[in-house]
Design a protein around this ligand. Structure first.
Ligand code: SF4
Length: 299
């Protein structure tokens, strides 16, 4: 009996992963559509306006043709929130996510980007050693599973930065590093997108937090008022850089700045930046204890 339930749940998670990866690549969330349309009303530069109109047309054509919003299918990054009473072990959840990613890639078909990091040989249908990437959270007193899929293109992922500021650098040092990172990135990460910032924790955790930040709905604010204030300030400052859409100059360099934070050591002040391009794709599945799946954008 237990084996039967486990097998069904594994099939449900595999199906969910196969669906999520393709859905995320084809159909961007409404909050992102609104943010892009809003950007087009604000942009005053001619090249910037042309870029934004092209992006909006691109999204419309993807809808009409039921095709991908961008050719870069990225690497599949999943975040799982696993209830403590969900009866499929995380090892089997990982196996199901991997198989689902492979199925989506083969059945659609999608471009396969996965290579060995030294030999650069293709390792399979968007999977390989430690691919896809899965982050885990465990939720007490719950028997369900939420899976969020964020396909991450290389243009924006290449624009990831970490600095171990010292406490004396304070908030000023955090702002300076974020601004330097985005100015240095210029048009490479396909702006305007979402600047994810992770502060606190450790070096690795700050980078994880920056990745979490880019997966939030566009324009949501951190519940901590100190962090939310910094999000607002950075959002304003980043749009004063003049980088503009695709780096061609203009008013809209970023759609938003999101920050996630963690408490840290008294002598640490880590700051991580993870850029998400205009094609900020994300999709979520909710799997209940019986293996029934609902699809949504958020946890
Ligand atoms: S950075 Fe984003 S928009 Fe640019 S090519 Fe990659 S996935 Fe596409």
């Amino acid at each position: 009996m237990t084996t039967s339930v486990t097998t069904d749940l594994e099939a449900a998670v595999e199906d969910a992963a196969a669906y999520l990866y393709v859905w995320a690549l084809k159909d961007i969330p409404q909050d992102l559509r609104d943010a892009l349309a809003d950007a087009a009303t604000k942009e005053t530069s001619v090249p910037g306006q042309r870029v934004l109109q092209t992006i909006l047309k691109n999204v419309q054509i993807a809808d009409t043709d039921k095709n991908l919003v961008c050719q870069d299918t990225g690497i599949a990054v999943y975040t799982c929130r696993v209830g403590e009473h969900f009866s499929l072990h995380p090892a089997r959840i990982y196996a199901a996510l991997k198989t689902g990613t492979e199925r989506a890639t083969i059945e659609h078909p999608l471009r396969s980007n996965a290579v060995h990091t030294i030999t650069r040989e293709n390792t399979g249908p968007n999977t390989g050693y430690r691919l896809p990437i899965v982050h885990w959270e465990f939720i007490p007193d719950w028997d369900g599973l939420d899976v969020k899929c964020v396909p991450k293109g290389s243009g924006s992922e290449n624009m990831s930065f970490l600095k171990m500021c010292v406490p004396a650098d304070g908030v000023k040092g955090i702002k300076q590093f974020v601004l330097e990172s985005i100015v240095g990135a210029g048009g490479k990460p396909c702006p305007p997108g979402i600047v994810g910032v992770g502060i606190g924790g450790s070096a690795d955790y700050a980078m994880y937090l920056a990745k979490e930040a880019i997966a939030r709905p566009v324009g949501t604010r951190n519940p901590d008022p100190h962090v939310a204030k910094l999000e607002e300030e950075l959002f304003e400052l980043l749009n004063e850089t003049g980088i503009g859409p695709m780096g061609l100059g203009g008013d809209v360099t970023v759609l938003q700045c999101h920050i996630e934070h963690a408490d840290t050591h008294m002598t640490l002040n880590p700051v991580a930046v993870n850029y998400q391009c205009w094609a900020a794709r994300r999709a979520t599945a909710h799997v209940n204890a019986a293996g029934e799946v609902d699809y949504d954008r958020e946890f």
